[in-house]
Ligand binder design. Structure first.
Ligand SMILES: Cc1cc2nc3c(=O)[nH]c(=O)nc-3n(C[C@H](O)[C@H](O)[C@H](O)COP(=O)(O)OP(=O)(O)OC[C@H]3O[C@@H](n4cnc5c(N)ncnc54)[C@H](O)[C@@H]3O)c2cc1C
Length: 381
């Protein structure tokens, strides 16, 4: 029986076929170059924009397609399968940053930023993590003070996706008292902002084409209207409202990666022979793949249900945490086992499973670590 995601539509079928061909022809061949230069070319962003793949669930008035999150899910799945090197930055700019602006930005801000982001001309980042504050965001020390007609931002962020390329960065900054209530989200525009400095493009064990950076704010300036939501002190609540979508995106990408890993491994084990027969004919190989296929199917059905809940507007934080934690965990286990079934070739960079292995590992850490996900789930018991 062929399974079809409950959120798929004929319109999405018509989009996905040419989109996957575009990814294979225009983006995938650049992967090695991007990995070497540790970032994706801007031309790829613009090409994705032209395909209608950026900000699809943003209204047409702001440059999007006015579609639902199903469209985002389709884009992320196809990228995870066909051109995974370009995926990380796109999920952040298109799937996360754009939605903060859409939900909390003023009319003027939405018109100023979203159409450029949809065209791939503006790249967005979100800077929560600091050297001394990751899981515990209440410990954020970067601060923004009102001085005259501007916010003056000081502090340091780290591990920021799109940090080298971002034109606008949503900065989690302290505008008031210690703790959650003193946090605000302020958009810092990077162009011509003398107090803003990009640090190193960090050396990672995987995700080599995705730039991940330190950022420095030393009297960086943001106009007061760049405070998202109009009032100070709402940052933590805004983060809590948006994190379910971010976490579901991680789960969507995890399922696509699991399915790809299994497909690649089935193909490989049918080709590769040992002791006179294809290695898939060993019961251990076939059983391992049967187990992984079962788990990937369970993950897909659960994630599809979560996508439906998000589209309906009622995906709660606990369920999104379950999806993020479990799918990331299963992705890591699946790619590890699939690499094992490739033998020594699985450890060679020319086989895609080796890249999938190192790229998967971060899924248990970013977007809230899996331990933090379990904390959130446990609190609801
Ligand atoms: C490639 C990459 C991209 C990233 N992109 C971004 C980005 O775009 N924007 C951004 O803001 N951040 C980003 N991050 C940062 C990421 O979200 C953080 O690394 C993550 O939230 C964990 O924070 P930490 O690294 O400070 O770890 P810590 O918070 O120091 O955690 C260390 C360990 O302690 C555990 N731990 C902490 N608290 C508890 C607890 N209460 N109970 C049990 N265990 C606990 C954690 O689970 C973890 O295992 C990125 C990171 C990487 C590596």
């Amino acid at each position: 029986m062929t399974y079809r995601s409950s959120w798929m539509t004929e319109e999405l079928d018509a989009f996905r076929d040419p989109f996957r061909k575009f990814l294979a022809k225009e983006l995938a061949p650049n992967a090695e170059k991007w990995r070497k230069q540790k970032m994706v070319d801007r031309s790829a962003w613009r090409a994705l924009g032209e395909m209608g793949a950026l900000l699809p669930s943003v209204p047409e008035a702001y440059g999007g397609l006015g579609a639902t999150f199903a469209y985002d899910a389709a884009v992320f799945e196809d990228m995870a399968d066909v051109a995974p090197d370009a995926l990380g930055g796109v999920t952040v700019s298109s799937g996360i940053v754009a939605h903060y602006i859409l939900n909390y930005g003023s009319e003027e801000q939405k018109r100023r930023w979203l159409p450029g982001m949809a065209r791939g001309e503006l790249i967005g980042a979100i800077a929560m993590t600091e050297p001394g504050a990751g899981s515990d965001l209440q410990g954020v020390r970067t601060h923004a003070r009102r001085q005259g007609n501007a916010y003056v931002v000081n502090g340091q962020k780290t591990f920021i996706t799109n940090g080298q390329t971002a034109d606008l960065i949503i900065v989690v900054a302290r505008t008031g008292e210690p703790g959650a209530k003193g946090l605000s989200l302020i958009v810092v525009e990077t162009s011509g902002n003398d107090g803003f400095r990009r640090g190193r493009n960090l050396d990672k064990i995987g995700l080599h084409a995705s730039d991940t950076s330190e950022l420095f704010f030393e009297d960086a300036i943001a106009p007061p209207e760049n405070l998202l939501g109009g009032e100070e002190g709402q940052g933590f609540t805004q983060l809590m409202q948006q994190l379910p979508q971010e976490r579901l995106i991680i789960a969507v990408c995890a399922v696509a990666a699991m399915e790809r890993a299994i497909r690649l491994t089935v193909d490989y084990t049918k080709e590769r022979k040992a002791f006179g027969k294809p290695i898939i004919d060993f019961q251990n190989t076939a059983f391992k793949l049967a187990e992984r296929k079962t788990e990937a199917t369970i993950a897909r059905v659960f994630v599809d249900w979560c996508v439906g809940r998000l589209i309906a507007g009622d995906l709660d934080a606990v369920t999104a945490s379950m999806a993020k934690y479990w799918c990331a965990q299963k992705q890591v286990e699946t790619v590890d086992e699939c690499l094992q079934l490739h033998g020594g070739y699985g450890y060679m960079q020319e086989y895609p499973i080796s890249g999938m292995f190192v790229d998967a590992r971060i899924q248990k850490i970013y977007g809230g670590t899996n331990e933090i996900m379990k904390l959130l789930i446990a609190r609801s018991l």
